[in-house]
Design a protein around this ligand. Structure first.
Ligand code: ARG
Length: 462
C-alpha cells in the first residue's frame, strides 16, 4: 500500500513505479532526512501537536533506523519510491501507527528541499577542506621554487622570464577566489525551507525558528512557494564546481604539456601516472587528462540543472527530482579530482635546469633590452623597433641576445654599453620585477607570507 494510496483504485504499474522512484539515488541522503525529521518531531511536540512521549518514541525509532541503515540491516524498497517515504515506512513498521503522525504539517516538497540543503552543506565542508589542502600544497611547492626561473608564456610562445613559484601562485589566486565563491554559496544555502509545506505553508502553528536553530541554519525561507521551488543553491554549487574544474583543467593542461619530452619541465611520480598496454616506454599523465576530461562532465551537470529549472512553473514539479543525480555527480567528481590532484602535484619533480635553460632561450629578455634603452632616454616605441631588429639578426645568426658582442650591439644602438650583459641576464630580469604582483623572489616571498596568513584565517573560519 502506497503512503498516498487512498485516492487510487488500482496498483501502480510496475514500469511506472520504477520510472517514478528516486530511491536508487536519493538514499544517500538518509542521514539528512532523519536529521530533519528529528528536528521536525521535536518542534511538533514543543507546539503541542505531538505529546512528549510521542516525540520521544518517534525520535528513538528514527535513531534506530539510522543505526540499522548504517549497519546495512535495512533494505530500501522501490515500492516506497524515495528516501522520505522509505524512512517513514520503516518508522511505522518499527513503532506502529504513531509513525504516521510524523508527517503532520510537512510535505515531501519542503522535506526534500531541506534534505538536499543539509546534504550539500555537509559536502561543502568536505570539499572546502580539499580545496584548502591543494592551496597548502601550492604554498609548500612555491616556497621551494622562489628562485626557479622558467619562461612565462603568452600564446604559448616564450614571453618573459618568471619563476615557478610565481607561476604556481597564480593557481593559488584562482583557488582563493574559488574558496570565496564556495563560502558565498554556503551562506545562501543556509536558509531553512521546512515549514513551506507542499507550497502554501500550513495552518499548524509551527515554530520554524526553533527548527532553524536545531539544524544550524542562518535564516528561514521567506516565501513558501519559493521555499519548495528554489534549487538555486544546487545551481550555484555546480556553477562553483564548474569554475573550480576549469581552473584544475588549465593546470592539468600545463602538467600534461610540462611532462612531455618536448617541455620536460616536470616528471610525474610513478605512483601518479600510468603505462601503455602496447608501448613499453610510455608513462602517461592520465590523472591530469582525466581531470581535464571530467571538467566537461561537471559543466554538463550545471547545464542539466539550468535546463531542468528554466521552464518550471511554481511551485514543485516532479522534474525537480532530476536535480539530485546532476548535483551528486558534480560533488563526487570534484571530490575525486581534488583528492588525487593534490598528491599528484606534491609528488611531481620539477626539472629546474630544464626550466632555466628554456627561459634563457626564446629571447625572453628582449623586453628588458628595450627597457634598458628606455632608461638611456630612447622612447619605448623606438626601443621596441631597435630590439626587434637585434632579435631578427640574432635569429638569422643563431645567437641569443647575451651572445651578441658589444660592438654588434652598438651597431644597433650606440646607447648600449657593457652593462647590458648583467642587465639582460634572466635572473636580473626577474629580480627587477619587484612591484606588488611581480615575480621577483622577494616579492613572491612576501606574497607567500600573505597567502599563508590568509590560509590560516580561512581554515579557522571553516
Ligand atoms: N523524490 C521527490 C524528489 O526528489 C521528493 C518530492 C516529491 N514530491 C512530490 N510532490 N511528488 O523531488
Amino acid at each position: 500500500m502506497k503512503l498516498w494510496g487512498g485516492r487510487f483504485a488500482k496498483q501502480t504499474d510496475k514500469l511506472t513505479e520504477d520510472f517514478n522512484a528516486s530511491i536508487a539515488f536519493d538514499s544517500r541522503m538518509y542521514q539528512q532526512d532523519i536529521q530533519g525529521s528529528i528536528a521536525h518531531a521535536a518542534m511538533l511536540a514543543r507546539q503541542g501537536i505531538l505529546s512528549e512521549a510521542e516525540r520521544d518514541r518517534i525520535i528513538a525509532g528514527l535513531e534506530e533506523i539510522r543505526q540499522e541503515l548504517a549497519e546495512g540491516k535495512l533494505g530500501f524498497s522501490v515500492a516506497a519510491e524515495d528516501v522520505h517515504m522509505n524512512i517513514e515506512t520503516f518508522l511505522t513498521a518499527k513503532i506502529g501507527d504513531l509513525g504516521k503522525k510524523l508527517h503532520t504539517a510537512r510535505s515531501r516538497n519542503d522535506q526534500v528541499a531541506l534534505d538536499v540543503r543539509l546534504y550539500l552543506r555537509d559536502e561543502i565542508a568536505t570539499v572546502r577542506e580539499l580545496v584548502l589542502a591543494l592551496e597548502k600544497a601550492l604554498l609548500q611547492i612555491a616556497a621551494q621554487h622562489l628562485e626557479t626561473i622558467m619562461p612565462g608564456y603568452t600564446h604559448l610562445q616564450r614571453a618573459q622570464p618568471v619563476t615557478l613559484a610565481h607561476h604556481l601562485m597564480a593557481y593559488f589566486e584562482m583557488l582563493r577566489r574559488d574558496l570565496g565563491r564556495l563560502d558565498d554559496c554556503r551562506r545562501r544555502l543556509m536558509s531553512l525551507p521546512l515549514g513551506s509545506g507542499a507550497l502554501a505553508a500550513t495552518g499548524f502553528p509551527l515554530d520554524r525558528d526553533f527548527v532553524r536553530e536545531q539544524l544550524g541554519f542562518a535564516e528561514i525561507t521567506r516565501n513558501s512557494l519559493d521555499g519548495v521551488s528554489d534549487r538555486d543553491f544546487a545551481i550555484e554549487f555546480c556553477s562553483w564546481a564548474s569554475i573550480l574544474m576549469m581552473h584544475l583543467s588549465r593546470f592539468s593542461e600545463e602538467i600534461i604539456m610540462w611532462s612531455s619530452e618536448e617541455f620536460s619541465f616536470l616528471t610525474l611520480d610513478d605512483g601518479f601516472s600510468t603505462g601503455s598496454s602496447i608501448m613499453p616506454q610510455k608513462k602517461n599523465p592520465d590523472i591530469a587528462e582525466l581531470v581535464r576530461g571530467k571538467t566537461g562532465r561537471v559543466y554538463g551537470d550545471l547545464i542539466t540543472l539550468l535546463t531542468l529549472m528554466k521552464g518550471l512553473p511554481l511551485a514543485y514539479n516532479k522534474d525537480m527530482q532530476e536535480d539530485k543525480e546532476a548535483l551528486f555527480d558534480a560533488i563526487d567528481t570534484v571530490k575525486k579530482c581534488l583528492l588525487v590532484f593534490t598528491p599528484m602535484l606534491l609528488t611531481s619533480q620539477f626539472n629546474v635546469d630544464r626550466m632555466a635553460r628554456a627561459a634563457r632561450g626564446g629571447f625572453t629578455n628582449a623586453t628588458d633590452l628595450a627597457d634598458y634603452l628606455v632608461n638611456q632616454g630612447l622612447p619605448f616605441r623606438d626601443a621596441h623597433e631597435v630590439v626587434g631588429r637585434v632579435v631578427r639578426y640574432c635569429i638569422d645568426n643563431h645567437l641569443s641576445l647575451d651572445e651578441l658582442d658589444l660592438a654588434k650591439f652598438k651597431e644597433f644602438s650606440p646607447l648600449i654599453g657593457a652593462d647590458i650583459y648583467p642587465y639582460i641576464d634572466v635572473k636580473a630580469c626577474v629580480a627587477r620585477r619587484r612591484i606588488p604582483g611581480g615575480p621577483a623572489p622577494e616579492t613572491v616571498q612576501a606574497a607567500l607570507a600573505e597567502a599563508g596568513q590568509w590560509l590560516r584565517r580561512v581554515e579557522d573560519e571553516g
